[in-house]
Design a protein. Structure first.
Length: 129
């Protein structure tokens, strides 16, 4: 099934270490070159770290407990997202995950449904698919 939501992002080099000042100046000069260079991201990655939330923010009480993870995408960037379709005691660092579109919450008097991205364990594909 084709996802209607796609991840788009800008990949920039990490600047750290003793040459940071020189690299930061170079990065500032290149900032205008990088602006607008966005690319589609695959939506696949692995769990970098995670935490299971038991005391949750207002509006998410019905979903508790749920697991939040930092996902390192295959292209390099990291995103924070809720995990879905997995028991919180089965989540492991390094677990392969894929982005899916899911209901995040209902909002307002009329119950407007807010959709967004979450990640789930990568589904095994059959040989015929």
């Amino acid at each position: 099934m084709q996802q209607s939501m796609r991840l788009r992002g800008m990949i920039r080099p990490v600047v750290a270490g003793p040459a940071m000042k020189r690299q930061t100046n170079m990065a500032a000069k290149r900032h205008t070159e990088l602006t607008g260079l966005k690319q589609n991201l695959s939506g696949y990655g692995e769990v970098y770290t995670f935490s299971t939330m038991y005391n949750v923010p207002k509006g998410f009480e019905e979903q508790a407990p749920y697991t939040i993870a930092i996902i390192k995408l295959d292209e390099g960037p990291m995103v924070t997202a809720q995990l879905t379709d997995v028991n919180h005691d089965e989540v492991r660092i390094g677990m392969r995950v894929e982005m899916v579109t899911r209901k995040l919450k209902e909002d307002g008097r009329e119950g407007q449904i807010i959709y967004g991205y979450k990640f789930r364990p990568v589904l095994e594909r059959s040989a015929s698919a």
